[in-house]
Design a protein around this ligand. Structure first.
Ligand SMILES: NC(=O)c1ccc[n+]([C@@H]2O[C@H](COP(=O)([O-])OP(=O)(O)OC[C@H]3O[C@@H](n4cnc5c(N)ncnc54)[C@H](O)[C@@H]3O)[C@@H](O)[C@H]2O)c1
Length: 127
C-alpha cells in the first residue's frame, strides 16, 4: 500500500486489527486457562457483522448476547439458545465473570463504550 493510499479508514482498520491482536495475546485470564477448554464468549452487536463474527466463534461457548435491537437479539438467540440475552451492555458486564472474551460488532460510534469495560477487565476483545 502506498503512503497516498493509507487513508483514515485504512489507518483505523489497521489500528483496530493490531489492537485486537495485541489485546488477544495479552489478557491474563486467557493465559491462565487450560488451552483445551472452550472460551466463553459474549457478543455485543448482533447485526450483519455481528452474525458473521459470532459464526467465527461458533465452536466456542457463546454465553451472552447483547443488542439494543430486539429483532437482531432474538434472531441470534435462536442460534444460541443457551446464551443470556441483554439489551444493555452495561448489564452484560455486571456478570463479567461468566465470559473470557467479548466480540464487539456494534456501529462505530458505540465501539469504544462497549469495548472499554472489557479492556479494563483484562478480557480479550475483537472489534
Ligand atoms: N457488514 C459488514 O460487512 C462489515 C464489515 C466490516 C466491518 N463492519 C463494521 O461492523 C460494524 C457493524 O456493522 P453492521 O453492518 O453489522 O451494522 P448493523 O447495523 O447491521 O449491526 C450493528 C448492530 O449493533 C447494534 N447496536 C448498536 N448500538 C448498540 C449498543 N449500544 N449495544 C448493543 N448493540 C448495539 C444494532 O442494534 C445492530 O444490531 C460497523 O462498525 C461496520 O463498519 C461491517
Amino acid at each position: 500500500m502506498t503512503r497516498q493510499h493509507f487513508d483514515r479508514r485504512s489507518f483505523l482498520q489497521t489500528s483496530a486489527a493490531i489492537g485486537a491482536a495485541a489485546t488477544i495475546s495479552a489478557p491474563n485470564i486467557l493465559r491462565a486457562r487450560n488451552l483445551n477448554e472452550k472460551l466463553n464468549i459474549a457478543i455485543i452487536g448482533a447485526g450483519g457483522r455481528g452474525q458473521y463474527n459470532t459464526g467465527q466463534f461458533a465452536s466456542e461457548n457463546i454465553v451472552a448476547l447483547c443488542d439494543v435491537n430486539e429483532n437482531n437479539l432474538n434472531a441470534a438467540a435462536q442460534k444460541y439458545p443457551k446464551a443470556r440475552k441483554e439489551t444493555d451492555f452495561r448489564k452484560l458486564f455486571d456478570q463479567q465473570q461468566e465470559f473470557d472474551a467479548v466480540v464487539v460488532s456494534t456501529c462505530e460510534h458505540t465501539h469504544a463504550f462497549a469495548t472499554l469495560p472489557a479492556l479494563q477487565l483484562g478480557q480479550a476483545c475483537l472489534l
